[in-house]
Design a protein around this ligand. Sequence first.
Ligand SMILES: NC(=O)c1ccc[n+]([C@@H]2O[C@H](COP(=O)([O-])OP(=O)(O)OC[C@H]3O[C@@H](n4cnc5c(N)ncnc54)[C@H](OP(=O)(O)O)[C@@H]3O)[C@@H](O)[C@H]2O)c1
Length: 340
Amino acid sequence: MRVGLMGATGMVGTEMLRILDERSFPVSELRAYASARSEGRRLPFAGGEVVCEVLRPGCFDGLDLVIVDVDDPLSLEWSPQAVASHAQVIDKSSAFRMDPDVPLVVAEVNPEDMRNMPKGIASCPNCTTMIPVTALAPLHRAARIDRMVVSTYQSVSGAGQVGLRELDSQWTKLDGRSEELRHSGAQPGFLVQGEVWDKPIAGNVIPLAGSVKEQGYTSEEWKMVHESRKILHDDAIRCTVTCVRVPVYVGHAVSANVRFHRPVTKAEVVELLRDAPGVLLVDDGDGYPTPQEAAGIDPVLVGRVREDPSEPGSIDLWITGDNLRKGAALNGVQMAELLL
Ligand SMILES: NC(=O)c1ccc[n+]([C@@H]2O[C@H](COP(=O)([O-])OP(=O)(O)OC[C@H]3O[C@@H](n4cnc5c(N)ncnc54)[C@H](OP(=O)(O)O)[C@@H]3O)[C@@H](O)[C@H]2O)c1
């Protein structure tokens, strides 16, 4: 396939180059696009290099597939141009996710939806949605989810390269100042305010990921509500979410309390998840998975499976995955493999 990669220098784009090579995706030609800042930059790919170009009219001519790893406005502008150049598009931004004519696909959950791409575009879900949905889909198929109460613990790389840089620069300033931090309270200026978050992220937890939308819910929270329904083909799923940014570099985690349309036991969940595609159960004895263990590997890790003592038949679980791999690039390559 002749492949174009928009956003090749970004967090997701960099991972994309690595995974295309790791999985030996058949690339006969690769064109890498980024901003004017990166024009001419050489990126490692498949033992060689690819040189970054800027986007310009006609730049997709001759390509079979364009993978979009840029923000929504750029995707809205350039994805239709890729389609007009007769390329199929796999988009990781949220620009087209809720369009009824665009499938929203998790490769292990609803691969059959890739057969119906009337606009020539298929979307990848938000990383915060994709990670829990990969693990919850087998449970949904078995007992149908009625309601989920979800809290997220989202890493800074989910906000792109600027998020990673912001945490790095703030950790450096915190180094050796734990005593001072203990007494600083909310004193302004203890840490210089960042550009991505209006409060320090190093040594902190920010209970507002994304931007505030209707009913005080954030964009990330609404994505979880709407995208999980679309992926699981069930508009009746009720879902309430609090999205939280934590000072972790890579790897999102989710705590979920799930009620089903029939009572479910821990033993049944363990049985269903033991061989579920894309899932690794880490639930023996005291074992539990953390984002650091999920970073850099493909499966979504599940642990702390418990029966909810306050509501018999409901289940609590902890799910963590690499937001740049399964949460974005790996799923993108799996979608491209489905196209093949
Ligand atoms: N990060 C995640 O965990 C994650 C997960 C799922 C989905 N996504 C989605 O994936 C997309 C990319 O996210 P990311 O985290 O990789 O962002 P990022 O690290 O900020 O990278 C953004 C990319 O866009 C490029 N870009 C910026 N302005 C451009 C322009 N005018 N023309 C061409 N390219 C331009 C950047 O190039 P320069 O380097 O030249 O600036 C860079 O390659 C977003 O839509 C995001 O919502 C992200």
